[in-house]
Design a protein around this ligand. Sequence first.
Ligand code: SAH
Length: 253
Amino acid sequence: MDEQTMFTLMVDLHRDGERQGPGGDGETRRALELARLDRSAELRVADIGCGTGASTLVLADELPGAHVTAVDLFPEFLDILAVQAREAGAAGRIETRTESMDALSFEAESLDLIWSEGAIYNMGFSAGIRAWKPFLRPGGVLAVSEITWLRPDPPREIRDHWDTEYPEIATAAEKINILERAGYDLLGYHVLPPSAWIDNYYEPTEGRIPAFLERHANQPDAAELAEMERREADLYRRYREWFSYGFYVARAR
Ligand code: SAH
């Protein structure tokens, strides 16, 4: 399948979802507590790879003085976020920006908080945390969820899967070490629970697949994407003891 077809189909399958990756409002709030910010301050916040903005809306709600710039590669997702921001009465404080996370246009040291849930893998954790650091003011906070081994020595099938899909998967100790070497000090870490994957992401996605396949009847690429989603959900259900998203909250030196 060529990349453009894949992107178009992915956007079509995921735009009606509340979120485009595993996560949860409670998990966003938990990470925000670890960040220990002055919540009434006029914080400058970026939400990178925001999708339709589940986390963006929580941030705007919890940080009433903040201006949040929500960035994603796909304007179709951002259009939905813009409507939701208006409905939440937060349109004036949420700005959307179609941009790639590896070519962000923020000014140096212009952000107090960089947020990113289930997205940094698109450019890779090590590259992402390094590329984004100059945009944070010294003492600014990075909060990012990243695929993490929960136990060492995972079984062969799941290790092979991640070696192909995202070889940067590692244990939390290794991820924290990478953060420290890149100039961040850890404020806290927590692990997304299975409900963030199954109830909040896979079940809703699976629920949309029949209508998605009807919209793209006789399109082998759509069937292939649906099959990929199902395989991924099945792997998670079988190996959920072994990996999850770790949520890392760290302060830039
Ligand atoms: N943070 C959202 C979406 C996670 S899915 C949530 O938790 O629901 C990953 C997101 O990254 C998608 O919205 C996808 O469009 C976006 N994305 C993929 N590649 C990107 C890139 N190069 N730059 C910016 N966003 C990208």
